[in-house]
Design a protein around this ligand. Structure first.
Ligand SMILES: [Zn+2]
Length: 218
């Protein structure tokens, strides 16, 4: 296996602007009305909550196009219930765009999760990563029993996605949508950087029936 990483040395400030012109030319060749149609509005059926990692772009890995997925990304695809940015995106997606699915997508080898597993200080981000350490604590028994470090990291990536799916379900935004009869599925996926495959965590949730009583809103 090659240990080379993707070469980005050809990317410059100027090359991005030139790339934009190329994108326009290529796109118009395919569909002369492309921009006109997209400019008229959006009706994406999916909200994607993913990691900021440059290797996990929502559209490419699901073979979708601009206009088809509403996207929120942060370090380690977290759903923190006091994060106004995430909540604003979620509220708009659920209540205005009326998306049918919200998908939390993590990825194996996530730098945020690896950092959270270490005892090193990284600065401000330690406060963000603390939420992942809390997920570790919930599953410490199973995780501590995994001898292989990479395997342990990948399992925590999965637990983190699952926990963030539950965090989404607990929000008043999602619970109110369900209460109002809105069709809304909340799902958890983990993407493999080494194969390109998405691993469905099979935690899809369509109502608050199985939620701990204390989190349920009437
Ligand atoms: Zn990541």
């Amino acid at each position: 296996m090659s240990s080379q990483i993707h070469d980005t040395s050809h990317i410059t400030y100027q090359s991005l602007l030139e790339g934009n012109k190329q994108f326009i030319a290529d796109t118009l060749k395919e569909d002369p009305n492309y921009f006109e149609k997209l400019a008229n509005g959006q009706k994406p059926p999916v909200l994607w909550i993913g990691c900021a990692d440059s290797r996990v772009p929502a559209n490419q890995i699901t073979n979708t196009s601009p206009g088809e997925i509403f996207v929120h990304r942060n370090i380690a695809n977290m759903v923190i219930h006091s994060d106004m940015n995430m909540l604003s995106v979620l509220d708009y997606a659920v209540n205005v765009l009326k998306v049918k699915h919200v998908i939390v997508t993590g990825h194996y080898g996530c730098g945020g999760v690896i950092a959270a597993m270490s005892n090193q200080q990284f600065g401000l981000i330690d406060n963000w990563l603390r939420h992942i350490k809390d997920v570790y604590r919930l599953h410490a028994e199973e995780l501590d029993a995994i001898a292989d470090e990479q395997e342990r990291t990948n399992r925590l990536v999965e637990f983190n996605v699952i926990e963030n799916v539950y965090n989404l379900c607990k929000t008043s935004i999602v619970q109110n949508a369900w209460k109002n009869g809105q069709q809304l599925g909340v799902h958890g996926w983990v993407y493999s950087l080494s194969t390109g495959l998405i691993n469905d965590m099979k935690v899809s949730t369509l109502n608050n029936e199985n939620m701990d009583e204390v989190f349920k809103f009437k």
